[in-house]
Every structure is written in C-alpha cells, then in structure tokens.
Design a protein around this ligand. Structure first.
Ligand SMILES: NC(=O)c1ccc[n+]([C@@H]2O[C@H](COP(=O)([O-])OP(=O)(O)OC[C@H]3O[C@@H](n4cnc5c(N)ncnc54)[C@H](O)[C@@H]3O)[C@@H](O)[C@H]2O)c1
Ligand SMILES: [Zn+2]
Length: 378
C-alpha cells in the first residue's frame, strides 16, 4: 500500500507548518476540548489562523467516537466543503478527521452511511494529521474506527484514499499526556507492531517496519511514561507509533484487536487499555505458531539473554510483555474494568465475528479458544 505522506518531524516542527496552509480558503481543524486547551496546540492553531483565510474549528470529538458522533459533527457543519482538513489529537480525533477529509471533498455519493456500507471513495480533501498520542498510528493507516453503539462493537472504514498528504510528528504535543494514557496508547502501538509482525498477511515490508518500530518502542516506552518532558523519548514513541500504523497499512492486526473491539464497543473501555489486558494472553496463544518471529522480537530487548534458544526466547518474550504491562501500571484482569465473567460468552462470539482480523491470526482459532483466553483473564 502506498503511504507516502510527507512527514514533518522533530522538535522545531511546531513552528514549521504554516507554509502548508498558504492560500487555503476554508480549513477544517478537528480536535477535542482537552487538546484545544494545550499551549502547544494553541501555538499550532496560531499558525493555522495566520495562514488560512477561513478556519472552522470542530473541538467536540469524544474518545472512541461512534457513528452517531460523526453524523452529529457532519450535520453541524455550515460549510460541507473544505480545501484542507487538519486533525490534531489522538486516534479518536485523527479517525474523525480522516472521515471528514472524505466527506468534505465533494465526492458524489460519499456519505457516512455509504462509507459504512462499503462504497469506495475516489478522492479526499488535502489533509494534515498531527498525533498527540503515541499511539494508534492512525496518521499512517487507511483505517478509521467507529463504535457502532447498537451492535455493541466497532467497525473499520478502510480506504487508502484516507492516508494523509502531510503528517507532523511533534513531540511537544505529547508531553501533556497523563501517564496512564501515555502507557496504554504506547501498548496499543506495540500491539500493532507485534500483531502485524506475526500476521498471516505479514510481508517483508511490514516485517522491516515492525522490527524497526519495536526496537524504538522497547527502548523508549518506559522512559516516555516516567519522564513526560523527555522530548527524545516522546519523539521516538511518535515514530514507533507511526511505524505501527505503517505496519497496519501493509499487514494488519489480528487477535488482540479482534478481542478488544467488543471491550470498546460494549463497555467503552479505552482502546489501549483493552489491548493492554489482552496483549500477553493473546501472544501466549499465538506463540507456538510464531516461535522464530517471537525470538527475533526478543532479540530487540536491551537486556535479553542471547544464549537462549528460539523456543526459550519466544516464551521469555511473552513473560516480558506481561511484566511490561504490569510495570506500566495497566490493568491485567477484566474484573479491574468491572466486566463480569457472565459476559464472556458474548465477548467470545463478538470477537470471532471480527473475521477481517481473525483471518489474520497466524493460528487457527475457534470461539471456544477465544472464550478460554477471556476466561483466563476474568
Ligand atoms: N485508525 C487506526 O488505524 C486506529 C488504530 C488504533 C486505534 N484507533 C482508534 O483510535 C481511538 C483511540 O485513540 P487514542 O488511543 O489515541 O486515544 P484518544 O484519541 O481517544 O484520546 C484519549 C484521551 O486522551 C486525551 N489526549 C490525547 N492526547 C493528549 C495529550 N497530548 N495531552 C493530554 N490529553 C490527551 C484525549 O483528549 C482523550 O480524552 C479509538 O477509537 C481506536 O479504535 C484507530
Ligand atoms: Zn490499536
């Protein structure tokens, strides 16, 4: 998949995006209220206002947005055409910005409902995505994820057309993340990288991208969480997240994401938190079918034991993942999220129904096996 966005990255990038907006008539800025209140975001917005003729601000994107949330935002637009869409936020904001880049492009027949029904868009508005979490990697993927409230799950609208023209990786915009959000969104990036690396659809491009991303992630996630102002660790995490998104574009996630969709869709558990609980148990299930790949990932760890054989390394990696989630102080059990064991049959059915991702699991997996994984972490 072609993901050749122009990337603006680094410590000074915050002051270097104005030229992208020169001559723009109507710019739509998509964000949320938390982000809009950040000093770093205000500096970015000042550049937008100084360079674009007309600016419409949408700051009402909620976390884990639903189909209804996006429909409400679209209905509230006075002007449904824009010549540039800018998303500044976490994955929730970026996914909505990506959808608006399709919906505000004047492509006849493209509505939110037609996109959900699988109609393929032909073009979009010029777009710039600025992630403030690290993260979903949404700025590199062809996906926009929406909660479908009435079905208590999430779906992905998928089109390479949504991949942005510009991406700005600006570490100053991520320093304000509370530790729990930095930790859980970082684990989401790790899930993307590791799932894509072990996916049925993995290929040499996604393998390289995933290994590069995981090396950065293992070396930086705990520093970024414990030292919020460490810009080097923050920038490395933004790159790890970008690589995760790029790996998704080339290969796709599998079991962790299939099993986390109903946790988000039914219980509104934050995406990274749901993935953190599932990461080690799902990887323990996948491990026997991916021993050599797990060993290559283990070799990326700074304090790995090079004398272990591949089987030992693959087991040690699963242990490392569980310990990492614990060190980051993220939940390990469904009960910590007030999810009752009585709901596990529903969760298992809902996860196996996410066939787009289940097909990408490198092992044959049944509803009963998924039930057992949820049951083990009840
Ligand atoms: N498109 C994709 O490829 C893709 C991949 C993974 C996940 N997702 C989707 O992304 C969404 C989750 O995104 P997320 O994990 O980035 O979280 P998020 O965007 O929902 O943000 C979580 C919370 O953190 C706050 N926040 C974000 N950045 C902040 C900052 N710098 N400082 C202070 N607060 C900040 C937000 O305001 C929000 O309250 C879910 O809907 C998920 O399904 C999409
Ligand atoms: Zn994810």
């Amino acid at each position: 998949m072609n993901i050749d966005s122009t990337i603006i990255s680094g410590y000074g990038a915050l002051n270097d995006i104005g030229y992208l907006l020169a001559g723009k008539r109507q710019v739509l800025v998509v964000t949320d209220k938390n982000i809009a209140g950040l000093p770093a975001a205000a500096r970015l917005m000042a550049q937008v206002h100084a360079n674009a003729a007309g600016v419409t601000l949408i700051d009402s994107v909620p976390p884990e947005p639903s189909r209804q949330d996006v429909a409400r935002i679209v209905a509230g637009l006075e002007e449904t055409r824009a010549d540039m869409v800018i998303g500044i936020g976490g994955g929730s904001v970026l996914d909505v910005a990506k959808l608006l880049s399709l919906l505000c492009a004047g492509d006849a027949g493209i509505t939110l409902d037609s996109l959900l029904a699988g109609v393929k868009p032909r073009y979009k508005t010029l777009s710039l995505l600025v992630p403030t979490t690290a993260g979903t990697g949404s700025e590199a993927t062809p996906n926009a994820i929406l909660a479908i409230t009435e079905q208590e799950t999430k779906v992905g609208i998928i089109s390479p057309v949504m991949i942005p023209d510009y991406v700005a990786l600006i570490p100053e915009l991520t320093t304000s993340m509370p530790a729990r959000i930095a930790a859980s969104t970082g684990i989401d990036a790790l899930c993307h990288l590791l799932e894509c690396f072990t996916a049925t659809c993995a290929n040499p491009v996604s393998d390289n991208v995933a290994l590069t991303g995981m090396k950065k992630l293992f070396a930086n996630i705990e520093i970024a969480v414990s030292q919020p102002d460490n810009l080097e660790a923050r920038l490395n995490m933004l790159w790890a997240s970008y690589y995760g998104g790029s790996a998704i574009a080339h290969a796709g996630t599998h079991l962790v994401h299939a099993m986390s969709y109903p946790l988000g869709g039914k219980y509104h558990i934050a995406h990274g938190i749901a993935n953190a609980i599932l990461l080690a148990p799902c990887m323990a299930f996948v491990r026997p079918c991916a021993v050599e790949k797990f060993a290559r990932v283990y070799d990326l760890l700074a304090d790995g034991d090079a004398t272990l054989d591949d089987d030992q390394k693959s087991r040690a990696l699963v242990d490392y993942l569980a310990a990492l989630v614990q060190r980051l102080d993220l939940p390990l059990k469904l009960s910590q999220l007030a999810i009752s064991p009585d709901d596990i049959p529903y969760l298992a059915q809902s996860a196996i129904d996410v066939q787009r991702l289940i097909k990408n699991v490198p092992a044959a997996v049944t509803r009963e096996q998924i039930f057992s994984i949820y049951h083990a972490i009840r």
